[in-house]
Design a protein around this ligand. Structure first.
Ligand SMILES: Nc1nc2c(c(=O)[nH]1)N[C@H]1C(S)=C(S)[C@@H](COP(=O)(O)O)O[C@H]1N2
Ligand SMILES: [Mo]
Length: 255
């Protein structure tokens, strides 16, 4: 957590510097005082936009839960490894957490369920033009990251999934996603093992999926196997930070 705060301070300082740099282009008639005042307001604006990213997504009531929540993308990972894990109720499944962390660790489903949990009823919006409201229960990602200790050099959290959405020889069809540390520590960013009061079903990403409620559907990575803290995703698959991002979608899919 401390490292994250340092990261955020650096980000804020960077936003201030950017605002000042922008003012240098302010034109010849602007006096020094005007420039400074403009810098001040831009800094405030930049900070407000950043702070807005910690705002909560709307939460709904039990009565709002959609009777049918569509399954989209992969509905069953096509791998022997996944089939074997599913076969015995994910007792052998482990979530690996590594990369730029102080204490790499793996967690069983039973261990994750013993950690603090959060339940939230939110709306999922897919770019394909459908939405559904569901109730999700899981471990706040920020709590898990606190447990493993994020190194100061880490900037993104990468989610490696069990499924290949597109069958390829080199594995580049494997689903993956990434988010920054601001979103990683957002209170509604959870690793969900429960949906609508039951264990997460296979279609919706069993045994564990990401819920990141301020972004679109394709960021909600299903079938999580491994979480990796990185300083860049340049060397990862297509280099754009996600399966759909490598195919032209926005990395920051804010809603
Ligand atoms: N691993 C994995 N995660 C995924 C996908 C996928 O195909 N594989 N599809 C994404 C898309 S586009 C959407 S809209 C949601 C769908 O989640 P659902 O099947 O629970 O509705 O999962 C996202 N996460
Ligand atoms: Mo989607």
């Amino acid at each position: 957590m401390t490292d994250f705060r340092a990261d955020r301070r650096r980000f804020l300082a960077g936003a201030g510097a950017l605002a000042l740099a922008g003012c240098d282009l302010g034109g010849p008639s602007a006096g020094t005082g005007d420039v400074l005042r403009l810098a001040e307001s831009l800094t405030m604006g930049a900070q407000r936009r950043l702070l807005d990213r910690t705002a909560l997504a709307r939460e709904y009531t039990e009565a709002d839960i959609s009777p049918r929540f569509r399954v989209n993308g992969t509905s069953m990972p096509d791998s022997d490894t996944y089939a074997a894990l599913l076969e015995n109720g994910f007792a052998d499944w482990r979530l690996q957490v590594g990369g730029l962390v102080a204490r790499p660790q793996s967690f069983s489903l039973a261990q994750l369920k013993l950690l603090p949990s959060r339940t939230q009823i939110t709306r999922h919006d897919c770019v394909e033009g459908w939405s559904a409201i569901g109730k999700w229960t899981g471990v706040p990602l920020g709590f898990l990251l606190g447990a493993v200790g994020v190194m100061p050099s880490a900037r993104y959290v990468v989610f490696h999934c069990a499924d290949e959405l597109e069958a390829t020889l080199d594995g580049s069809g494997r689903y993956y996603e990434s988010i920054d540390l601001v979103d990683a520590f957002h209170p509604q960013t959870i690793l969900a093992y429960g949906m609508n009061g039951a264990d997460l079903g296979v279609g919706h990403g069993a045994p564990l999926r990401l819920r990141i409620e301020r972004q679109l559907g394709y960021k909600q990575a299903k079938y999580l196997m491994r979480i990796e803290l990185v300083d860049s995703f340049a060397g990862l698959w297509g280099g754009n930070g996600g399966y759909w991002e490598d195919r032209g979608y926005e990395w920051y899919a804010g809603i």
